[in-house]
Design a binder for this molecule. Structure first.
Ligand code: ADP
Ligand code: MG
Length: 319
């Protein structure tokens, strides 16, 4: 950037993003790198997510909602791996330094970072088409991160929370109902299952977060684990609010609606009860891992194949 723009850039960072470093942050915003302290015998887990205007959100979407969605989606990946959240770096590409937008965005970002227990320790600020990128960092005891690849035949397949709420929230928002009710909140402010993810360390054999829809994400887990699954669709956890909006589409939204940011994981059947007693959210068993690859539902004693459709940027069809 030019000299004049750089001054703006540094003032912008100081005013909106620089906050005192704490705890595991030896050096935060203001030097060339952040210097971060990982606990002994722990591994670093890193994940990055971008939101591009016109692709992931409509032009003119409220800045505070963008901050929550950006961080919610990023931190959900830490939850899926059983990481303890720690740090956040933020790359902002802005068409202009709009003070109202920056104030709303940074305020919500700091709130979301506090809620999800990540400290903003650095970033990059550039001019261009509006693009928001969050990289989150967490840690887990060495060797204990939850992977997609550990599911074994005979284990249960479980999900947290309720499914399809975000899809139903979007439906309400598209119908110009922007009230602050449950479904809209599930869309705008997802609840990444950070506590559950950490609780699943040493308990779950595999885990993934549901960002593209249950079937699509479960399928990633099954492929990584080289196994298959049989689901009981009557067990899918669905909220009354979602069912009221979805009607006949409820099961379809629970299976394929994206951005719920719940966890889908596998575990030995004898561990379910203890987990349900100690988790801070609903845990529902929805099926069983099968040795043979493939995704099936059991109906009237027969296994029927389930078609997998989820969001994929490089395919023409959306969910
Ligand atoms: P450099 O030119 O050495 O890469 P920058 O001038 O881009 O550094 O950034 C200066 C400092 O401000 C760095 O510590 C960087 O991490 C931080 N920073 C830049 N943009 C942001 C942002 N959007 N949010 C938080 N920190 C930022
Ligand atoms: Mg530098």
């Amino acid at each position: 950037m030019s000299q004049a723009q750089r001054l703006d850039e540094f003032a912008l960072i100081r005013q909106y993003f620089d906050r005192p470093a704490t705890g595991s942050v030896a050096v935060g915003i203001g030097d060339d790198c952040a210097v971060l302290q990982l606990p002994a015998n722990h591994q670093l887990l890193v994940s990055i997510d971008s939101l591009v205007e016109g692709v992931h959100f409509p032009v003119g979407a409220p800045a505070d909602q963008l901050a929550w969605r950006l961080l919610g989606a990023a931190v959900s990946d830490l939850a899926a791996m059983g990481a303890t959240p720690a740090w956040l770096t933020l790359a902002l590409t802005l068409p202009e330094a709009d003070r109202d937008w920056l104030a709303a965005f940074s305020e919500a970002l700091h709130q979301a970072a506090e809620r999800y227990s990540v400290s903003l320790v650095g970033g990059d600020t550039t001019r261009g088409p509006l693009t928001l990128t969050a990289q989150v960092h967490g840690w887990a005891p060495a060797g204990q991160a939850l992977l997609r690849s550990g599911a074994k035949a005979g284990e249960l397949i479980c999900v947290s929370g309720t499914l399809g709420d975000s899809r139903a929230g979007l439906e309400r928002i598209l119908a110009a109902d922007n009230s602050d009710s449950f479904l809209q909140q599930r869309y705008y402010r997802p609840t990444p299952r950070l506590e559950l993810g950490q609780l699943l360390r040493g308990v779950a054999s595999s885990c993934i977060d549901i960002s593209d829809g249950l079937l699509a994400d479960l399928n990633h887990l099954l492929v990584a684990s080289k196994v298959g699954a049989r689901l009981d669709l009557s067990a899918l956890p669905m909220s009354d609010e979602m069912i009221a909006v979805a009607g006949e589409r409820a099961q379809q939204w629970a299976l394929s609606g994206g951005e719920d940011f719940e966890l889908c994981f596998t575990l030995a059947a004898d561990k379910l009860e203890q987990l349900q007693a100690s988790a801070d959210c609903q845990i529902t068993a929805i099926g069983e891992v099968q040795a043979e690859p493939g995704l099936y539902q059991r109906q009237d004693g027969v296994d029927l194949p389930l078609a997998v459709a989820g969001y994929n940027h490089f395919k023409s069809e959306e969910r």
